[in-house]
Design a protein around this ligand. Structure first.
Ligand code: FAQ
Length: 329
């Protein structure tokens, strides 16, 4: 199967080839299982394209959790006070744990972890656009905790109803933990927003910067999405990018307005007729640049991840050697 780059900055989905079936009716039986709401498990027959799409999806998600630990991790030494520091350390540990769970889920599909890590540190596989923007102040950490975790929860609550068992179960666990991250993020936002005038201004400034990357978090508009059709056919992405974005807006705009934060989109309004939020589209050219490696911090973040990976090589070697059968004395 071949793939090529498309205008959304992604790769075109290869055509489903029926000759992958090893016995007649295998694809139909597989699709009937999905229609009945059954989960597909690692040893089950699955079309090669289902496997390929899942690896892409889970690998990018795992990469995002691992890369997402970096901006918050770098703020640990500067967290204001002991309790905030402890909460942030625990959150960063959770994010790395989420990456472990997800890489494990991807491994069940036959892709070794070292291959996924090599692709990540070489810039050959994607991770979420949002982790290529700077966290300039402590208020950025509040925004990541409240709004990025909030967006991730919206996405994962939907994706956990998907058809692949190991991914679905990993997401249930991850979403449970992220619900707590959201609470600590909200607490930070409220503390800053109700604090001194300087804290309030810092909070608004960070919010305004995060708004547009957040609007890109759920991927390109449906008309430009590459993979939605095939992912929906096999119940891997139960709601489209635009549907997910609307769910996020429905949930969060009232909370943002209640707090009194100013949303930097003059055209944002609730449209009674369509029952949706009308908003200004973010700069999709910027999105394409960022996910192709040209964002403000892609190079810096990947260099740090590469360094950490190299520094951990002695431990991987030690673990591999411990697993080798001991030579007869
Ligand atoms: N960033 O055809 P579609 C988190 C790419 S976890 C970068 O619409 P699809 C936790 C897409 O891969 C955050 N690239 O794609 C946390 C494709 O490129 P490709 C991550 C993006 O897959 C919180 C191309 O654009 N979550 O935050 C993005 O049908 C706080 C065309 O797009 C997941 O990964 C993007 N935002 O739908 C950690 C959840 N959007 O592969 C620390 C699982 C799209 O052809 C702190 N993934 N692209 O080269 C999904 O739900 C889906 O992949 C979507 C995109 C909805 C993100």
């Amino acid at each position: 199967m071949s793939s090529s780059e498309n205008s959304a900055g992604g790769t075109t989905t290869p055509r489903l080839v029926a000759e992958e079936e090893t016995s007649p009716g295998q694809l139909a039986a597989f699709e009937e299982r999905i229609a009945r709401g059954e989960k597909i498990e690692p040893g089950d027959w699955m079309p090669a394209l289902y496997r390929k799409q899942l690896i892409r999806l889970i690998q990018q998600h795992a990469n995002s959790e691992l890369m997402g630990a970096l901006p918050e991790g770098q703020w640990i030494p500067y967290a204001p006070g002991f309790r905030r520091k402890m909460a942030l350390i625990a959150k960063v540990q959770d994010e790395v744990g989420h990456a472990q769970l997800l890489y494990r889920a991807a491994e069940t599909l036959g892709k070794p972890r070292h291959e996924m890590m090599t692709e990540l540190v070489n810039g050959e596989s994607k991770y979420s656009n949002v982790f290529n923007y700077p966290c300039e102040t402590w208020a950025d950490i509040a925004m990541v905790g409240w709004l990025i975790d909030g967006a991730a929860i919206v996405n994962q609550t939907i994706m956990q109803t998907g058809s692949y068992g190991p991914y679905s179960r990993a997401l249930q666990r991850i979403t449970y933990e992220e619900a707590f991250h959201l609470k600590q993020g909200y607490d930070l936002v409220v503390t800053l927003h109700t604090g001194t005038p300087a804290q309030r201004a810092m909070c608004q400034e960070a919010f305004s910067r995060w708004w547009w990357p957040l609007m890109m978090f759920f991927g390109p508009p449906d008309r430009a999405s590459v993979h939605t059709d095939i992912l929906q056919r096999w119940a891997l992405k139960p709601k489209t990018n635009d549907e997910q974005r609307q769910i996020f807006l429905r949930k969060f705009v009232p909370k943002i307005q209640e707090l009194g934060l100013e949303i930097p989109d003059e055209d944002l309004r609730w449209d009674e007729d369509s029952g949706t939020w009308h908003f200004t589209q973010p700069d999709w050219d910027e999105f394409k640049r960022v996910i192709r490696g040209g964002g403000p911090l892609n190079a810096e973040r990947l260099a740090l991840r590469r360094l950490l990976y190299e520094q951990g090589s002695w431990l991987r070697t030690a673990l591999e050697q411990a697993e080798q059968p001991r030579a007869a004395a």
